[in-house]
Write a protein that binds this ligand. Sequence first.
Ligand code: SF4
Ligand code: SF4
Length: 101
Amino acid sequence: MTTVVTDNCQRCRYTDCVTVCPVACFHGDDEMLYIDPAVCIDCGACIPTCPVEAIYEDPIPEEKRRWIAINAERAPRLPVISKKQEPYPGAEERKKQLGFE
Ligand code: SF4
Ligand code: SF4
């Protein structure tokens, strides 16, 4: 099993996802979050919390599969994000652009 964060997460920072993760496996840079596959237990708890449907579990659609390697490579190099943060300015606008109310 694999659970990954994908491009819809860019410039969001709603971070609803991190508050439900039982193993604190979300990491982040200034752009978005990534899941460390070595720590994630694939419980799926984070998936329904994401307001822009950025998190995918198996079967990951073909067009999102490149994010498997990106999450694995980026997450271990970045700080853990385990507390909810303020959304980025423009996050609401971006959410609308992505087609979510
Ligand atoms: S809630 Fe979704 S878009 Fe926001 S930080 Fe978490 S994964 Fe990224
Ligand atoms: S699937 Fe579970 S363990 Fe993995 S990132 Fe989401 S909440 Fe955390």
